[in-house]
Design a protein around this ligand. Structure first.
Ligand code: GLN
Ligand code: ZN
Length: 767
């Protein structure tokens, strides 16, 4: 057995888990129905993995909502007010209240959940687009087993006839991913109280017949304090003694372990998994430094991207390992859990066959792992045909004329520093004031208006070919005209067209740009039941023609007020796509920057006085290691500026960022030099504004005054209060008035009164 997997996507090929969760939440399906779907998916995925050659697939990698939440629940890390009492199992109602906040349902009341109980904080899982729920530890946290889900999952698979390798989130990563209630104290101090539960879990797994357990410690890819390394040593000393017959496979992924590699190799574990896609250089070091009997798991198949593996290159790595140690001490695996991959490429019948041949989703990745493992045990000859086929594919891809566009290369080569420069803000500001003549506290929105059931139905009907392109267009035009009339009526100052024609803020643009492809079912879990379908960047990116100009021009023709054009920025386009792996990411970002720049200048030429370039994923792109931040930030800022700097001083550039910590990157936000930035501050009651105040941010700023994440409609007085807080900290003449984010997920019944009151609040402030 040499082919392994670290985790499989949970949602199902047709996102069955999403459907089942949402049916349950809306009261249309009971718990039994939800749990039955979940069990069906697990069984299907074990069978699939076994069929492609993973003899011992992972178990306990599934979660209804989030695996970190499940782990916290298993150990009783549950704040008060969610209806759980020590000594009892954790109900689904409690789990979902922790995940989504109390909904005020009868079921919740019956389960003892406080009506206002908020959701746990959610944050990104390392540098992926998966989000986990942040465990909250009390200083006197008692860890109490509420059950042993890893044992249950192992038994469930065993009953189906499948031997599995249970996955546990390791104790040090678990603690480091959480936070202390009230912010004071160090989660690592809780380790001694936590370890007995891990030990008990391992003993029970061994008793149930498990041979090995995968201990995930992704924190090994981070900058760790010495105390964390000490904690790892202490933890695994205890765990190794807990169930001596059970092999502990430590899994690290997402990056180079650097100074933590020595720590990892020194732990008393049976084996170590390494992400050799992100950090191939670790292989040599590990081969030289690993204790002679330590198992090494070679993560040579990219678990996070959609490209077929260059099998020859991967096999070289595998062979280098085989030259250094017996193959019984080696495993082949994806670089990380396949949680971050779509399920199966076979469904992508709409993709161009050549392009599809270059790609691999979870199922295909495991086939690759199995091939490499076969080569490792049976020798190169056993997989010669597969290697030859892969070589041919790689060669075809390298030579494909669709990858390289000489015009794009020329454009980038001709790029000059001036491309990223505008005249100083003070000069632009005067020109813009003269042109726009806006009142103090100008009001605007972030771009999208409600994507109603009617709009979604129209889009679906057009996709099925049931309505003509012309009829669909006329329908959208009517929605836009209505929205513009209404914005005028309530007195907004800077209008938007409403983004009714957009299904998504990245895929929409992907449709217009060269080098992009869009998949049918390339879904990846983002959080809970939410999935994203990133477009695929396979070749050089350019913009053959205008993308949004026609809508913007027609929108501006309907009103005397300034219309704001709406674009997604280069940093976010890159971050929310699957990106080609044959050239550096920064090169792709640069191509995107010039493509967006062309759109911005075309909008200007069409008479649009204000253009907003959204960059909600700006912070998301930060590397895991601090010493790589500078290179990323410098380039990201530069690309934003390229996209924004093709216009005259009197054209106003806005940018928008969603919930972000700005403190440690404030200098870069300022370097972006957008004339106006809108940020999410309503939810934090203006706390996020502090970074801008402390930095004395020089440009204009729209701190959100309306939390668009909840259906709640704020009172005018409440928004006025927030604006007054802002005006105490930022010169009033630089403040804009807007919601936290776009309104596409809200209903008109909420949006109408909320924006009316927002305008009212702005008027009061003007007075
Ligand atoms: N313009 C986009 C909208 O209004 C911005 C979305 C976002 O920031 N995520 O929907
Ligand atoms: Zn936003």
């Amino acid at each position: 057995m040499t082919a392994y997997n670290l985790g499989f996507p949970r949602m199902g090929l047709r996102r069955e888990l999403k459907t089942a969760l949402e049916a349950h939440w809306s009261g249309q399906a009971d718990e039994a129905a939800l749990l039955a779907t979940a069990a069906e998916l697990r069984a299907r995925h074990w069978a699939l993995q076994r069929a492609v050659g993973i003899a011992v697939p992972p178990s306990n990698d599934f979660a209804l909502y989030d695996h970190v939440l499940d782990h916290a629940c298993a150990f009783g890390v549950i704040p008060e007010g969610y209806g759980w009492r020590p000594g009892e199992p954790v109900s689904l109602a409690t789990r979902f209240a922790l995940a989504r906040g109390a909904r005020g349902t009868a079921g919740e009341r019956a389960a003892g959940i406080a009506p206002g109980a908020p959701a746990l904080e959610m944050t990104k899982w390392f540098d992926t687009n998966y989000h986990y729920l942040v465990p909250v530890f009390r200083p006197d946290q008692a860890f109490i087993a509420t059950g042993f889900p890893a044992v249950d999952a192992f038994e469930e698979a065993k009953a189906l006839g499948y031997p599995t390798r249970p996955v546990l989130l390791g104790p040090v990563s678990f603690l480091l991913l959480g936070k202390m209630a009230g912010g004071a104290g160090d989660p690592l101090a809780l380790l001694p109280g936590l370890l007995p539960l891990y030990a008990e879990t391992l003993r029970r797994l061994a008793a149930a017949g498990a041979r090995e357990v995968q201990m995930d410690e992704p924190c090994l890819s981070l900058d760790l304090q010495p105390a964390a390394r000490t904690a790892l040593r202490a933890a695994y000393l205890v765990l190794a003694g807990a169930a001596p017959r059970l092999s502990l496979m430590l899994a690290a992924y997402f990056g180079d372990l650097r100074e933590n590699l020595e720590t990892a190799l020194g732990l008393p574990v049976a084996g170590l998994h390494l992400d050799l896609v992100r950090a191939p250089r670790m292989l040599d070091l590990a081969l030289r430094q690993a204790p002679p009997r330590m198992m090494l798991s070679l993560g040579v198949v990219d678990g996070r991207n959609v490209w077929a593996t260059d099998l020859s290159r991967a096999f070289q790595q595998v062979r280098a390992a085989a030259a250094a140690r017996r193959f019984e001490l080696l495993q082949v695996a994806p670089s990380c859990s396949l949680l971050h991959s779509p399920v199966d490429l076979a469904g992508e019948t709409g993709l161009d066959p050549e392009l599809r041949g270059w790609m691999a989703f979870a199922r295909q990745k495991l086939e690759e792992v199995a091939i490499l493992a076969r080569g490792l045990t049976a020798g190169r000859g056993a997989i010669a045909a597969e290697l030859a086929a892969s070589d041919a594919r790689q060669e075809a891809r390298r030579r494909s004329p669709r990858l390289h566009d000489p015009a794009v290369a020329e454009r980038l080569a001709a790029g000059r520093a001036e491309d990223a420069a505008r005249v100083p803000f003070a000069e632009r500001r005067m020109a813009q004031q003269t042109r726009l003549r806006l009142p103090g506290f100008p009001t605007t929105t972030i771009g999208s208006f409600p994507q109603t059931a009617e709009i979604r139905a129209a889009r679906a009907a057009r996709k099925r070919g049931e309505v003509t392109e012309a009829a669909y267009h006329a329908f959208l035009t009517e929605r836009m005209a209505e929205a513009i009339r209404w914005q005028e009526e309530i007195g907004l100052d800077v209008l938007v067209h409403g983004e009714f024609e957009r299904n998504d803020m990245v895929e929409h643009f992907a449709d217009f740009l060269t080098g992009f492809a869009v998949t049918k079912s390339g879904w990846v879990q983002s959080y809970g039941s939410r999935c994203v379908k990133p477009p695929v960047i396979f070749g050089d990116v350019s913009r053959p023609g205008p993308m949004t100009v026609e809508w913007a021009r027609r929108a501006q023709a309907l009103t005397e007020r300034p219309m704001k054009g709406m674009l997604t920025g280069p940093v976010t386009m890159l971050q929310w796509s699957f990106v080609r792996d044959d050239i550096p990411r920064a090169a792709v970002r640069r191509q995107l920057a010039y493509a967006i720049r062309d759109e911005v200048t075309d909008l200007e030429a069409a008479g649009i006085p204000i253009v907003q370039i959204d960059e909600p994923a700006f912070r998301e792109g930060l590397p895991l290691r601090r010493d790589e931040w500078d290179a990323y930030l410098t380039d990201a800022v530069h690309c934003f500026r390229i996209s924004a700097s093709g216009v005259r001083p009197e054209t106003q550039i806005h940018t928008h960022m969603c919930y972000s910590e700005f403190n440690d990157i404030m200098d870069r936000i300022a370097q972006m030099d957008a004339d106006v930035i809108s940020i999410e501050t309503a939810r934090s009651r203006m706390e996020l504004l502090a970074a801008f105040v402390d930095f004395a941010y020089p440009n204009e700023i729209g701190p959100g005054v309306y939390d668009i994440h909840a259906p709640r409609v704020p009172e005018a007085a409440e928004m006025e209060r927030l604006l007054r807080i802002a005006a105490q900290r930022v010169p009033a003449e630089r403040i804009w008035v807007n919601p936290d984010c776009g309104l596409k997920t809200r209903r008109w019944e909420e949006v109408r009164p909320a924006l009316q009151r927002m305008v009212e609040a702005a008027r009061t402030l003007r007075g």
